[in-house]
Structures are given as structure tokens and as C-alpha cells.
Design a protein around this ligand. Structure first.
Ligand code: HEM
Length: 416
């Protein structure tokens, strides 16, 4: 068995300093896809690469109950949601999300987002210069609530946008940012609870296919409706990440600015290469660094011992850039997505495996479709100039949006 003491000093600070590259860099130094360390004083095994991903998504070896670090449960995830379920309870709850995100519903959301985007461009024309990241958060909050069946009076748009954003944008912070994110979770859960209560008591009529209605009427394996507190967590599991697509849209605008030849190619194209560009943005830009799971029962893999109860981290960012799966991984080349499908474990920006069976994100059709709306608007329906030369990405930040945000100016609707 390989010596596991090599990296057993606590690595929490090293991970916080470089959350996206810590695992792949340490693995490269050790020339091993698996290594053991301590995080928050707890022994933790870190893994990288497609084969490690395939192991982590094997439900006979790993469970998710107890896997999420407590600070993230109090901010990003909430308690009692689908992320911490296993087996039949997980499959049943997951089916609810797949119903919420089925193709006609994704198209319905894309239509609302397109309308909100067009409306926002009118305001941006008047403003002259805007920071794209917070502006897209606002328009996605409006669109997500309308689509999900959650009433959002105009006077509440800013506060709800701030709350939903704080759940993902400040969740990885320590100190004040963390406290802000916890307060946002409490307020947002109260809001979601109130909406679901109104739907259950017929005070609020919402179309059956809308997310809030599907969640309000969902029944657990024992035939009972979900506990209201948990239903609120699940409603936020739809609203929060839909708004978080603002991060990917900011990356998209950054990539269009940095890769001008591609921008021209997409502008002149018929849209068939849009998805390849979007996938390359999701592969190369840093959003979700890792996922975690707990070892069910002792096993050995690649000469390493995985003891029951051990927390294991899978490196998503590094797996998407692993040279064994990706030729010239640091090169931004959307053409790689015009060819063969990379498979369910090598391309894991939103997790790996099968979303119906594993914990892979059920929201990939939404995030890629909304990035498609943004690409179409930015490239084919708007004129604008970047406010400053594209800033480098801040890899210490979670999520790692460009330093100083992404300002655009001289904005006009293209009239053709
Ligand atoms: C904005 C871009 C998004 C990113 C980067 C992202 C990323 C992820 C990641 C990394 C996971 C964890 C996978 C795992 O544990 O193995 C996940 C799970 C999840 N995502 Fe997303 N996601 C995004 C958008 C969405 C959207 C739009 C929705 C819903 C509308 C959504 C709903 C969920 C849910 C419910 C889970 C838990 C799934 C489970 O545990 O089975 N996500 N996402």
C-alpha cells in the first residue's frame, strides 16, 4: 500500500488559497491521482481524473449523507435537500428535478430569459456602462421566479436577487461573507416556505408544470408531501443555481472578448457551433471546484485504502483539464466539442455520471440553454465594447469571476 502520510499536514489554507488547482497540482507533484491530507483537521482523501470520477459516482462505494461540509449546508445547499440523499430516496427526489427541467420547460425558461434580456438591453443603452455579472443576476432572478411560479413584486427584485446570489457567491467566504450567506439562506427559506404554503392552501394558483407547483405537490416514498422546510430548500435548489448561471454567462462574455476570432466565427455562423463554444467555456473556466462523498465500507483502489466514513473530494476543475483525456488541455479550442462525446466522467463541470441515477447536476440543460440565449444576444443582437481589457480570472475567489467584474459600454440593440 502507498504511504499516505506524505501530505498529512492540514491543507485547509492551501485549498482556500487555490481552491481550483490545489488537488491537481498536489496530485501532479506526487504523480498519483489519489492522496490523503487533512482538511478542517479531518482526514480527507483527494482524487482527480476520469477514473477517479467513475469510482466516486459508484453508489456501492460512496454515499452522500453527511458528505457536505457543515458551513456549505448552512449557505449553499441548505439542510435536507437532494444533495444529501442516497438510494431510492435520492432517485425519487431526483426524478422531481428532472420533471422540473424537462425540455419543454427549459424552452419556456429560455423564452422568458430572452424577453428579460431584451428589456434589460433597453436599460443598459440608457445607462451607458454596466457590470454584466450583477445585471445578469437581476434578469435571471426575474426570469427564474416568473418561470418557477414564484411571485416577485418589482419592489422585491433587488433584495431577492441579493439573497439568491449570496447563497452561491458568498458561500465559500470566511468571516463576514459567510455570515451574510447564512443570513441570506434564512431569509430565502422563509420566502420559499411562504410561497409553498400559499400553493398548498390554494391561496396561490400556479401552473402544474411550474417548479413551485411540482415541488409543493411532490410526495416522498411514504406517500406524504415533503416537509415544508425541505420543500423550501428544494425550491431554492432550482432558483439559486438558475441565477448562478450569471457566473457562466460572465465567463462566456469574457471568452468572447479574449477569443475574438471565435466571436467573429460565431457571429457569421448559423448557430450550430454555439454549443461547442459554450462547452469549452464550461470546461476551461473555474466554477465548481470539487464534489464530496463519504466511503460506505472499507475498500482498496489504486493501492490506496479508503476506510469507512472517510470524506473524499473529487477534483472537477482538474478533471476537465486532465491531459490524459484532453489534448492540449490549457488551449481554448471549442472544436474539440465538434467531435466525439467526451463521456460522462471526463467532462464534469456540473458533476459526472447519469443525472437520473447519480448526483450529477439536473440543471445542465438549463445552464447550457441560458448560456446559448446569452451568446446569441451578445454576438448577434447587441453592439457593445468591453469597458476595459479583459481582466484575469481571480482563482482565489469562489466562484472565480474576472477581477473587477466584466464591464461593458457603448451598448446598443442591433437593429437589423
Ligand atoms: C449555474 C451552473 C451550474 C453549475 C456550475 C452546477 C453545478 C453542480 C454541481 C457541481 C453539482 C454537484 C454534482 C455532484 O454532487 O456530484 C450540482 C448538483 C445539483 N444541481 Fe447544479 N449546477 C448548475 C446549475 C443548476 C441548475 C440550473 C439547476 C436547477 C434548475 C441545478 C440543480 C442542481 C441540483 C438539484 C443538484 C443536486 C443533484 C443531486 O444531488 O442529485 N443546478 N450542480
Amino acid at each position: 500500500m502507498k504511504p499516505s502520510a506524505i501530505t498529512c499536514a492540514d491543507s485547509t489554507l492551501a485549498l482556500l488559497r487555490d481552491p481550483y488547482r490545489f488537488v491537481s497540482r498536489r496530485a501532479a507533484e506526487l504523480d498519483d491521482d489519489v492522496f490523503e491530507t487533512r482538511l478542517l483537521l479531518r482526514r480527507t482523501t483527494c482524487m482527480t481524473g476520469a477514473e477517479a470520477a467513475e469510482i466516486l459516482y459508484d453508489p456501492t462505494r460512496f454515499q452522500r449523507a453527511g458528505a457536505a461540509p457543515p458551513p456549505l449546508q448552512k449557505t449553499l445547499f441548505g439542510q435536507g435537500g437532494v444533495q444529501g440523499l442516497d438510494g431510492e430516496r435520492h432517485r425519487r427526489r431526483k426524478a422531481m428535478f428532472l420533471r422540473i427541467n424537462q425540455p419543454d420547460r427549459v424552452e419556456a425558461l429560455a423564452e422568458v430569459v430572452t424577453r428579460e434580456w431584451q428589456r434589460a438591453v433597453g436599460d443598459w443603452e440608457v445607462a451607458g456602462q454596466i457590470d454584466l455579472y450583477p445585471q445578469v443576476q437581476l434578469l435571471l432572478t426575474r426570469a427564474a421566479c416568473e418561470w418557477a411560479g414564484v411571485p416577485l413584486p418589482e419592489a422585491e427584485v433587488e433584495v431577492r436577487t441579493r439573497q439568491l446570489t449570496a447563497l452561491f457567491d458568498a458561500a465559500g467566504d470566511v468571516g463576514l461573507g459567510h455570515l451574510r450567506s447564512r443570513a441570506a439562506r434564512r431569509a430565502a427559506e422563509r420566502w420559499a416556505t411562504d410561497v409553498l404554503e400559499q400553493i398548498r392552501s390554494d391561496q396561490l394558483a400556479v401552473p402544474d408544470s411550474a417548479a413551485a407547483s411540482v415541488i409543493a405537490s411532490h410526495r416522498e416514498s411514504d406517500g406524504r408531501p415533503m416537509e415544508l422546510r425541505i420543500a423550501a430548500v428544494e425550491l431554492l435548489n432550482v432558483l439559486r443555481p438558475t441565477v448562478a448561471t450569471a457566473v457562466y454567462i460572465t465567463f462566456l462574455a469574457h471568452a468572447l472578448d479574449v477569443h475574438r476570432a471565435w466571436r467573429d466565427r460565431l457571429a457569421q455562423g448559423d448557430g450550430t457551433e454555439d454549443l461547442a463554444f459554450i462547452e469549452e467555456v464550461r470546461r476551461t473556466y473555474p466554477f465548481f471546484p470539487v464534489v464530496t462523498a463519504i466511503v460506505r465500507d472499507d475498500f482498496q483502489w489504486r493501492g490506496h485504502h479508503f476506510p469507512k466514513g472517510r470524506r473524499v473530494l473529487l477534483d472537477l476543475y482538474g478533471t476537465n483539464r486532465d491531459p490524459r483525456a484532453w489534448e492540449h488541455p490549457d488551449r481554448f479550442d471549442p472544436e474539440r466539442f465538434l467531435g466525439a462525446d467526451p463521456g460522462p466522467f471526463a467532462f464534469v463541470p456540473q458533476g459526472g455520471g447519469d443525472p437520473a441515477v447519480h448526483h450529477r447536476c439536473p440543471g445542465e440543460p438549463i445552464s447550457t440553454r441560458l448560456m446559448g440565449v446569452a451568446l446569441d444576444q451578445l454576438v448577434r443582437h447587441m453592439e457593445y465594447k468591453p469597458g476595459q481589457p479583459a481582466a484575469p480570472i481571480d482563482y482565489r475567489r469562489l466562484p472565480a469571476i474576472p477581477q473587477r467584474g466584466f464591464a461593458i459600454q457603448q451598448i446598443a440593440r442591433r437593429r437589423s
